[in-house]
Design a protein. Structure first.
Length: 219
């Protein structure tokens, strides 16, 4: 069975909004301890007094501070690039589908700002592409098993220096920023110096403000 401290860490780390609230110092520890008491007792297998939970919460919050105050080992460009009019479409991964992937590149024109991201899982392939190519994609892959498609999406691209690639926890910090605004992420795509989020167009303005705030705080 875990200790009270270990149970608190597990609970807080699994809840982005709670983690963010504690890291920002806007939590009432007594009220939080009372709400977590039964869950902690279930995890530890024993009765736990509220003062012990409050103390463990305060200690965990103190451990958060050095990480929150630590200077990031990379720089963030202030420009956040947004692209609208995107779709997200997922198929079952098959050898035939893989062989047809190259034809997708013939559809788009990167020089005109077109988008094409292909994300391969073990059993599925997701394609993020401009919505105006929807009919072309569905026709090209009509013999493949379609699992899901989403439309009216936008992408946000954040650019970083190379140090981003070697910095643990940064993606989690950005996603917590968006989760705090109750913004759903359809896809997260990353390269060595770029981080791309695919979200619904209805959340675009709130996402932009949240990401811009993240960039400003990192300077």
């Amino acid at each position: 069975m875990p200790t009270v401290s270990a149970a608190i860490k597990e609970i807080v780390d699994s809840k982005p909004m709670l983690y963010e609230a504690i890291s920002q110092g806007i939590v009432n520890y007594a009220n939080l301890a009372d709400s977590l008491k039964s869950e902690i007792e279930l995890m530890t297998g024993e009765k736990v007094e509220l003062p012990a939970i409050v103390m463990a919460l305060r200690r965990y919050a103190e451990r958060m501070k050095p990480a929150a105050e630590k200077k990031l080992p990379f720089t963030t460009k202030s420009e956040i690039v947004m692209k609208t009019g995107l779709m997200d479409i997922t198929f079952v991964k098959t050898p035939a589908l893989l062989s047809r992937m190259k034809k997708l590149y013939e559809l788009i024109d990167h020089d005109k700002g077109d988008t094409l991201n292909i994300i391969q899982g073990n059993y599925e392939i997701t394609i993020v592409i401009n919505d105006r190519y929807r009919k072309d994609v569905l026709e090209l892959l009509k013999d493949e098993k379609l699992l899901n498609q989403e439309k009216e999406l936008v992408s946000f691209t954040m650019s970083f220096s190379k140090g981003f690639f070697y910095s643990p926890g940064i993606i989690a910090k950005v996603t917590r920023t968006l989760a705090w605004e109750n913004i759903n992420l359809f896809e997260i795509i990353s390269t060595m110096t770029e981080l791309i989020f695919i979200i619904s167009s209805k959340d675009a303005m709130r996402a932009y403000k949240a990401l811009q705030m993240f960039v400003s705080e990192g300077k």
